[in-house]
Write a protein that binds this ligand. Sequence first.
Ligand SMILES: NC(=O)c1ccc[n+]([C@@H]2O[C@H](COP(=O)([O-])OP(=O)(O)OC[C@H]3O[C@@H](n4cnc5c(N)ncnc54)[C@H](O)[C@@H]3O)[C@@H](O)[C@H]2O)c1
Length: 259
Amino acid sequence: MTGRLAGKRIFVTGAAQGIGLAIAKAFLREEAALYLIDRDAALLEREAMLMSQAGGDVSWTAADITDAAAIAAAVAEAAKAIGPINALVNNAGVNVFNEPLETSDEDWSRCFDINLKGAWNCCKAVLPGMIGAGGGVILNIASTHAFTIIPHTFPYPLAKHALLGMTKSLGLEYAPKNIRVNALAPGYVSTQKVIDYWNGFADPDAARAETMKLHPGGRIASPEEIAMAAVFMISDECPFMNATCLTIDGGLSVQQHAV
Ligand SMILES: NC(=O)c1ccc[n+]([C@@H]2O[C@H](COP(=O)([O-])OP(=O)(O)OC[C@H]3O[C@@H](n4cnc5c(N)ncnc54)[C@H](O)[C@@H]3O)[C@@H](O)[C@H]2O)c1
């Protein structure tokens, strides 16, 4: 199917690699116009150029989502480049994993600044335009960490729990303005972030095998499988889906441990 996102002008954060890049490519296949953001300028430029050369309606700028002024400026630039933004995907995020008492103040701030405040900076920048235009849609890329906890991953799950809270709060606040705000909760997805996580173990291959074994289907998701759900949630195919979260984890989080 094509054209499922025709007329959507979408601001996507963290679009230079991983899930964000897969989402951008899937959105272009469905005829969206995109404005892409990433703090990795070189990688963003390389990937966005490729999409543009392939005929995609894509503009981009390097920006850090923790910089509210830069994000406001990027949203204004986006309006000039592709027209007023009517959809936002808050995808940029980072792992900050510690044992709680070993978490530095710096790690605490970095985790919440990027994974929560960064998403809010983007919401704050696009919501006035959406309200003025009579509608819009926001998708926050949360995680199964938004409702479950893996020991020694502190404080990342706290920020993702809060991101889910923000999804519900904004979804309720702006439903009367015809704005839908939802979250998508991936489990493990094969991106650099997960490879880095496995590399943090003494035996990365064993850690990888252990992760696969946790999954009912014996494998983790590809970024493209997350992007498929993002297309649906941004499209007009689910007009009454609001203030909720869709889990895409192959069944991982509904398992109960048994001996
Ligand atoms: N990979 C997984 O298993 C997994 C699982 C659940 C949720 N998630 C979530 O999905 C999202 C994407 O994860 P991924 O695995 O694709 O990560 P990734 O590290 O592969 O890509 C993240 C991108 O975001 C960019 N970024 C990071 N901080 C930024 C900032 N402050 N400003 C602008 N750009 C920034 C990075 O430069 C990078 O290009 C994150 O929110 C993550 O928490 C990932």
